[in-house]
Design a protein around this ligand. Structure first.
Ligand SMILES: CC(C)(COP(=O)(O)OP(=O)(O)OC[C@H]1O[C@@H](n2cnc3c(N)ncnc32)[C@H](O)[C@@H]1OP(=O)(O)O)[C@@H](O)C(=O)NCCC(=O)NCCS
Length: 219
């Protein structure tokens, strides 16, 4: 979200505010009244753009919470039974390539608290027929616990799991407003595969697609 302070629309609103204040200080009469209107206009544009960006994130969160995150077991932890054993439990198939992990902390001998999560599942954005790739998603760490290596640890856990389940490629997408995530993926060896632009309520979003070749990746 900090990136939003330097978007073209934010920069334009700062200019409008500064120009208005200059008019207010340096001019008189009718021109001076523009010095009152312009800072109000600039502030309104800035607030609107910030509000619309926030509501785009809120919608995304809402969609996630009512979608796959509403039933994590169903979406990420399904066992495909390929071989019924005598006890009827079966064994997981080789195509089982999804999972969901949480990071917990225990503070002051209290019960563990979940402070982060990540999921690996069937790729929405890429060919669902491809049985050797999966998509990493829902990576998030509670703000208080960020920058402590938990995000890195969760991704390493996913890569380890992928390797053990014959997954060769991990894909993911993120946006230009998630710079810490971009840094994290680059640092862990993900390759930028492509980017596209989209506009949501006057905001330009750059969507980045990253890919990690699991084979040969050193954890
Ligand atoms: C992105 C996120 C998961 C990172 O988790 P984290 O536990 O704080 O990350 P780590 O402590 O493991 O950091 C690993 C690397 O990521 C990068 N990084 C993490 N936070 C950063 C920040 N605030 N600014 C810049 N780089 C950052 C750094 O390269 C860091 O390596 P370093 O510690 O050697 O500098 C976390 O910031 C987050 O939950 N963000 C909001 C949700 C989100 O954007 N999720 C990604 C969805 S695609």
């Amino acid at each position: 979200m900090r990136k939003q302070y330097t978007t073209p629309i934010s920069l334009a609103s700062y200019l409008i505010i500064i120009f208005g204040l200059a008019l207010l200080i340096l001019t008189h009469g009718l021109v001076r009244s523009a010095g009152i209107v312009l800072p109000i206009l600039g502030t309104s544009i800035f607030c609107y753009s910030r509000f619309s960006l926030r509501s785009a994130f809120d919608r995304h969160i809402e969609k996630s919470l009512t979608g796959d995150l509403a039933d994590i077991g169903k979406h990420y932890c399904k066992l495909d039974v390929v071989d019924e054993k005598a006890d009827g439990e079966g064994v997981p198939s080789r195509n089982w390539r999804s999972g969901f992990w949480v990071a917990e902390v225990v503070e002051d001998a209290k019960r563990p608290v979940i402070v982060g999560c990540v999921g690996l599942g069937k790729s929405y954005a890429y060919s669902s027929e491809d049985e050797t790739s999966a998509e990493l998603r829902r990576l998030v760490i509670s703000p208080r616990y960020r920058h402590k290596g938990i995000g890195r640890k969760l991704i390493q856990t996913v890569v380890h799991f992928a390797r053990e389940h014959q997954i060769e490629t991990i894909y993911l997408t993120t946006s230009s407003y998630q710079q810490p995530a971009i840094n994290l993926y680059k640092k862990l060896g993900f390759h930028l595969e492509g980017k596209r632009e989209m506009t949501i309520q006057m905001q330009k979003w750059k969507i980045y697609a990253f890919r990690l070749n699991v084979n040969g990746y050193s954890l």
